[in-house]
Design a binder for this molecule. Structure first.
Ligand code: PBG
Length: 324
């Protein structure tokens, strides 16, 4: 649970030094630098440093994420740096943050979301519809694979791992006719011009948290939450709270195609979600809208959507059944 701008009774003095742990990929570094710049403008006297590190998710590139135990693969080393005091904050793509965080860790804040859509990238084709039979499409996500297989059974879907630059390189060397990536990462790295088409939320619903940044901290250091509170973006916080609740209720793993996307505007939230089989032949889909004013309201809507999916038989699509 995140407290927005919690006005503490005892004034907290501004930070004098903050160390941000980050993965070393270009996107992760962009995100860490963005957080550093925001902190520097909030606290001009604060010394803000970035500690770059490699995670297991960056090292293992020859296997599908779903096969190497996707959960937390990109965050564990960063959490270790927080635990031994080498860093105060860890910046993550919220999509990569497990739905249930380990004991002692929490989100300090959720920052404004970039474009949450998936993007179609290709050198030779303008859209998925233009791809000929047998064309190879690269994606590392079972969620994207499932929708592609159901809509375009004539395409060949093949795994695509590595950081953004690696993935673009594989496309440019002709290993794939097209690839699907999160628009957010491409835009952040100045690669927006490579996007040939934006995939609509229906049916290409993104993963919970896609496009948003989450900053992780140790629960034992509550002053950090206070310092970072101004970086929270309310529409994003409410949307991702609902999305992450859906995902958490369904076991939130990378081993099953699972999508959840919410928007919030003037107290009105809309949310859509699906759970599907990898071949795209079976799917449960739910959408809902409600008046939402607080994180608790958003989570209640997420819970209702998860229950709708479960009522449709979503548990049968989950590799380990329902959690708990
Ligand atoms: N799973 C890897 C990952 N984690 C975050 C992003 C993109 C940026 C974002 O969603 O914030 C990506 C790459 C992708 O899905 O194309």
């Amino acid at each position: 649970m995140i407290i927005l701008n919690a006005m503490s009774q005892t004034p907290v003095s501004p930070p004098s030094r903050l160390v941000i742990a980050s993965r070393e990929s270009r996107l992760a570094m962009w995100q860490a630098e963005h957080v550093r710049d925001c902190l520097k403008s909030l606290y001009p006297a604060c010394d803000v440093q970035i500690l770059g590190m490699t995670t297991r998710g960056d090292q293992i590139l020859d296997k599908a994420l779903s096969k190497v135990g996707g959960k937390g693969l990109f965050v564990k080393e960063l959490e270790a740096a927080l635990e031994d005091g080498r860093a105060d904050l860890a910046v993550h793509s919220l999509k990569d943050v497990p739905m249930i965080m380990p004991e002692g860790f929490e989100l300090a804040c959720v920052m404004a979301r970039e474009d949450a859509r998936d993007a179609f990238v290709s050198n030779d084709y303008a859209s998925l519809e233009d791809l000929p039979a047998g064309a190879v499409v690269g994606t590392s996500s079972l969620r994207r694979e499932s929708v592609l297989r159901s809509r375009f059974p004539h395409l060949k879907i093949e795994p695509l791992r590595g950081n953004l630059d690696t993935r673009m390189g594989k496309l440019d060397r002709g290993e794939y006719q097209a690839i699907i990536l999160a628009a957010a990462g491409l835009k952040r790295l100045g690669l927006e011009s490579r996007i040939r088409a934006y995939l609509p939320y229906d049916p290409y619903t993104p993963a919970a948290g896609q496009g948003a940044l989450g900053i992780e901290m140790l629960s034992a250091h509550p002053q950090i939450k206070h310092w970072l509170a101004p970086l929270n973006d309310l529409p994003t916080l409410l949307a991702v709270s609902a999305e992450r609740m859906v995902s958490r209720q369904l076991g939130g793993s990378c081993e099953v195609p699972l999508a959840a996307h919410a928007t919030w505007n003037q107290n009105q939230m809309e949310i859509r979600s699906f759970v599907a089989s990898i071949d795209g032949k079976a799917a449960c889909m739910a959408r809902s809208s409600a008046m939402v004013k607080t994180v608790a309201d958003a989570e209640a809507l997420g819970l209702a959507v998860a229950q709708d999916l479960i009522g449709q038989g979503a548990a049968k699509l989950l590799p380990h059944g329902l959690p708990g």
